[in-house]
Ligand binder design. Structure first.
Ligand code: PLP
Length: 228
């Protein structure tokens, strides 16, 4: 890195907003089409609140339990915060997830679609969802295969789930651009409006290729304990 890392999360937020703005401008896209999700998994309320005070509104978490213990108190103070689930979801936690989250990015299989459809109906709460695609066909990774996508998408729409768009996490060791481009193409093919792609190391590339939601953790809060 050529620049010194700014010190506080609030400083880093300002720097990331500037980089998002510059990338949007280069891509000739309106800046307001691109939303920053601050990935706050493992961070405490004390880490998070300064960002809310700087105007950050979208936050990403990967665990239902952690969110249930951390966010209700914060949300009481800041009711306009939007919580995005970005981690794998067990079908038996679908109802809790529908109650807690405003958007779910990790819908990747039929059993989960069924559980989410039932939960949304029961709670009378429509939570916009992204279908996660295992874009690099990696064995360990969540997401449906490219081949499964059309059927899963149809099942979600039939279940009354509002499908916002597609989400992916490209293979860690490879250049992300071709994977982002493929996700964008799949999204266009199915007439979907939103694309959740791009993290700390590649969000500018994702913006160039059409991301509407970038998910940034480390570049905002610093390194996480390894393995999370
Ligand atoms: C943790 C996580 C991120 C944020 O990753 P950083 O590299 O820390 O920006 C984004 N998306 C998902 C799905 C994650 O689990």
């Amino acid at each position: 890195m050529q620049e010194a890392t700014p010190e506080t999360p609030a400083d880093r937020l300002t720097a990331i907003r500037a980089r998002m703005h510059a990338a949007a401008k280069l891509a000739r896209r309106p800046g307001e089409d691109i939303h920053l999700i601050a990935v706050s998994k493992t961070r405490t309320a004390q880490d998070i609140e300064p960002l809310i005070l700087e105007g950050q509104r979208l936050f990403g978490e990967n665990r239902v339990q952690e969110t249930a213990s951390k966010w209700p108190a914060l949300k009481e103070r800041h009711p306009d915060v939007e919580l995005h689930l970005i981690g794998q979801l067990q079908s038996n936690k679908a109802e809790e997830a529908v109650a807690l989250f405003d958007v779910i990015h990790s819908v990747d299989r039929l059993s989960l679609v069924t559980a989410l459809g039932k939960a949304m109906e029961k709670l009378a709460r429509a939570v916009p969802c992204f279908i996660q695609v295992n874009i690099g066909a990696e064995e360990q990774k969540g997401g449906c295969s490219v081949a499964e996508l059309p059927d899963l998408l149809k099942a979600a729409q039939d279940a009354g789930i509002p499908v916002a768009g597609l989400m992916c996490i490209p293979p860690a060791e490879l250049e992300a651009a071709p994977f982002f481009a493929l996700l964008a193409e799949l999204s266009a093919r199915h007439g979907l409006a939103q694309l959740s792609m791009g993290m700390s190391d590649d969000f500018e590339t994702a913006i160039m290729l059409g991301a509407t939601h970038i998910r940034v953790g480390t570049a905002l809060f610093g390194e996480r304990p390894s393995g999370v």
